[in-house]
Write a protein that binds this ligand. Sequence first.
Ligand code: SAH
Length: 201
Amino acid sequence: MTEQAHPPWDASYTTGVPAPWDTGRPQPAFARLAAEGRLTGRVLDAGCGTGENALLAASYGAEVTGIDVAPTAIARARAKASERGLTARFEVADALRLGSLSVTADTVIDSGLFHVFGDDDRARYAGSLAAVLRPAGVCYLMCFSDRQPGTWGPRRVRAQELRAAFSDGWAVESITASTFDINPVNGTKQVQAWLAAIRRT
Ligand code: SAH
């Protein structure tokens, strides 16, 4: 898959109205992880969007790289870093081909990326992450949960599906019920999520 294969994602950032996930703030679940000192060292934010979670980690002193297939999102993330006086690297790249980046990470952030992938790409994604996350490094992954009622939004993920995607070369240390903050959709401001801590073995 090439970066050109993702034009629909860039369109999420060019409508003039922020996408539901693009709240202009870090996700509270990642803010808690940062406050607990878990987003440290070399941090890679996969599918970073406009960079709020990456910039949060940078504000705690992490050496951050954020990647996304949407050039408009990456341009916004760079602008925010410069406005806020924070140092972080943002690059247009495909999370399914991270091995081609010259990056080694101690910690990975995934806020809303895993749940966009179809079945085949889930396995590719786990392999791609393993190419850049050092052994014993942790991926903190938050995805839409099957506990979220209705059909609006991305595909729901069951905890067992996370365990299956990360069964080979990973230890799923925890899967906790959490929530995503979103820009209100039909009055809804929060949706049910799973927050997983997945260690590379
Ligand atoms: N993490 C951000 C964005 C979540 S939305 C946040 O919390 O706000 C999912 C993001 O994944 C979008 O920005 C989309 O452009 C990006 N994305 C989708 N497929 C991707 C891929 N293969 N590689 C990298 N980014 C991808």
